[in-house]
Design a protein around this ligand. Structure first.
Ligand code: HEC
Length: 239
């Protein structure tokens, strides 16, 4: 956190006003694409309104930003580092030129390399898939859109459901370089520990006695919570 502040300060001093998205990790069900229906996706029911070719702000982009840019000390409402607050659609689109990713500050910040990038080291950089997701959303008009039905409670493997949820909505605040609450959910082994001690389910289900997660963002969908519950009940496998 301290490092980030120093970095942010340096950027300001350098007169680079601009924006600074800090972010990194995420992937949505379906290999980080627009939610191609892989992973947790796939039409179980008749209510799937998710197009595999569309990137959705509510489903894909906001979780990415919540998990990677709006943690305390960064672009949250209280800190708003460099004056940038990325906690809502209206605020995020201030740094976006709809239809033009390469002309959008938000995108330009995350594709920088070295110490200039967002999120700044030692936070992990966005993966290629995550960058592509943001790029596609902007190029599709940066709409405030959402869909329902991508999640499938019949899918509850680690690789097919759990890891995509963690990557999209949790890992940005819970990885070895950013250990919120001293908890790492970015890989299987540490996640298993939190699953077995009850904290994982307790926090995502907003049970009494646990900190509600994801912090500062919308509760996971009932479907996602069910997937986590089933994965734990089935033995917390690395499958
Ligand atoms: C914006 C940052 C952020 C995001 C996103 C986030 N967390 Fe957390 N989480 C924290 C912080 C900080 C703590 C420690 C302080 C607290 O408990 O509020 C924490 C605590 C926890 C705890 C311990 C709770 C307890 O009661 O002991 C668990 C488990 C957890 N997070 C899991 C998750 C999961 C799973 C997700 C995704 C669904 C998630 N977190 C998303 C920041 C975050």
């Amino acid at each position: 956190m301290k490092k980030k502040f120093i970095y942010v300060f340096a950027v300001l001093a350098a007169g680079l006003i601009v924006l600074n998205a800090c972010r990194h990790e995420i992937l949505h069900p379906g290999n980080g694409g627009s939610g191609t229906g892989g992973g947790t996706g796939g039409g179980t029911g008749s209510t799937n309104t998710c197009s595999p070719d569309t990137v959705y702000f509510v489903n894909d982009i906001m979780p990415l930003i919540s998990s990677n840019c709006t943690m305390s000390g960064c672009h949250d409402a209280i800190t708003h580092a460099e004056g940038v607050n990325l906690t809502s659609y209206d605020r995020i689109v201030r740094y976006v030129s709809p239809g033009n990713a390469s002309g959008s500050k938000l995108y330009k910040e995350i594709i920088k390399t070295g110490n200039d990038r967002m999120p700044p080291p030692p936070m992990p950089a966005f993966t290629a898939a995550q960058k592509a997701l943001l790029q596609k959303w902007i190029n599709q008009g940066a709409k405030n859109n959402s869909c329902v039905g991508r999640c499938d409670t019949a899918v509850f493997t680690y690789s097919g459901a759990i890891k995509p949820i963690m990557d999209a909505k949790c890992a940005g605040c819970h990885n070895p370089n950013n250990l919120g609450g001293n908890i790492d959910v970015s890989t299987y082994n540490p996640l298993k520990t939190v699953a077995l001690n009850g904290k994982l389910y307790g926090s995502v289900a907003h049970q009494l006695g646990y900190s509600p997660m994801p912090k500062g963002a919308a509760k996971l969908s009932d479907c996602e919570i069910t997937q986590i519950q089933k994965w734990i009940a089935a033995g917390t496998l690395n499958n």
